[in-house]
Design a binder for this molecule. Structure first.
Ligand code: ATP
Length: 287
């Protein structure tokens, strides 16, 4: 039996470059993993896949399937296929990451299963192999396998590892409601953004430690799309900035908004500023 953590991610930037022949969007995103994580336990079994999930109290948890549609299950299937063997596994997940929130909760679970099965069966696959398996499950899975700070291009699966940023306190606020990633991208096509984050410039700024300049450039082209559906996103951003956040931005296709700060007292002020009955708040750290 072994344990794996499935860390959530935030998008420091999200840009859409165009649409591709395969129907996916060509993206360019700066991704950052955070300490907030689901907890997985993996155990060998003689054959097949078994999945248990405790998602009680998680926003959106009641809608997560626990069969072949679950990304953790699909990851185990893809791992078995890659190895050409029925490497039986029993997976138990304690969900901490809110679902359909822009934090890659499902992709993180898939990544943890792939990393975990490699350890459980001592299959000694390389990181590139693990990412190849992950890309069959979803575009964000390879990043979730690697973690840290990365530039993600292509569908999100072409990764360039970047120097780690300094450790920030990350305040996550998930307003009530869910946004489907497919809906956000489809709606974006009808209302293309004229502003785009200058990702290469931001990478240089982060590498030089010029964080204030980088924060000003953080941008997510899906934010305006998501605000149409959940106006509380804009409200959260405003309140977080007014409470002293370095930056506040929507993650992924939303609706979670994250704020960054260096000190605990500002983190508490930010959390208090967005506190209301419909908003779930998490205080975590970049990792
Ligand atoms: P992304 O940031 O990659 O767009 P997200 O955070 O918006 O992802 P997820 O939490 O990954 O969204 O959930 C998206 C959908 O995937 C939900 O509708 C959920 O039912 C389904 N799903 C499948 N497997 C899982 C899983 N293990 N955990 C959470 N959701 C899952």
């Amino acid at each position: 039996m072994l344990r794996e953590l499935a860390n959530a991610k935030i998008n420091l930037t999200l840009d859409i470059i165009g649409t591709r022949r395969d129907g996916y969007h060509e993206v360019s995103m700066l991704m950052q993993s955070v300490e907030l994580a689901d907890e997985l336990t993996l155990q060998k079994k003689s054959s097949g896949i078994e999945l248990r999930m405790d998602a009680v109290g998680i926003a959106g948890g009641e809608n997560i399937p626990i069969d072949q549609r679950n990304l953790a299950w699909r990851a185990a299937e893809e791992f078995q296929k890659f190895c050409g063997r029925d490497l039986g596994v029993s997976i138990a997940i304690v969900k901490k990451i809110p679902s359909a929130a822009g934090l890659a909760g499902g992709s993180a679970d898939a990544a943890a299963v792939i990393r975990g099965m490699n350890r459980l069966y001592d299959t000694r696959l390389t990181e590139a192999d693990l990412c190849e398996i992950g890309a069959h499950v979803g575009s964000d899975v390879p990043f979730c396998i690697i973690g840290g700070t990365c530039l993600a291009e292509g569908r999100g699966e072409i990764l360039t590892r970047l120097a780690p940023t300094k450790k920030f306190i990350v305040i996550l606020a998930k307003p009530d409601g869910e946004i489907s990633t497919a809906w956000a991208y489809k709606t974006y096509d009808e209302k293309i953004s004229i502003i785009h984050p200058p990702n290469l410039e931001i990478i240089e700024q982060l590498e030089r430690g010029n964080y204030d300049a980088a924060f000003k450039n953080f941008y997510n082209v899906l934010e305006n799309v998501a605000v149409q559906k959940i106006p509380a996103i804009a409200d959260c951003k405003r309140k977080m900035l007014a409470a002293g956040a370095h930056v506040a931005l929507m993650s992924g296709s939303g609706p979670t908004v994250f704020a960054l700060t260096d000190d605990d007292s500002t983190a508490k002020k930010i959390a208090a500023a967005v506190k209301n009955s419909g908003t779930k708040i998490f205080i975590t750290k970049s990792n």
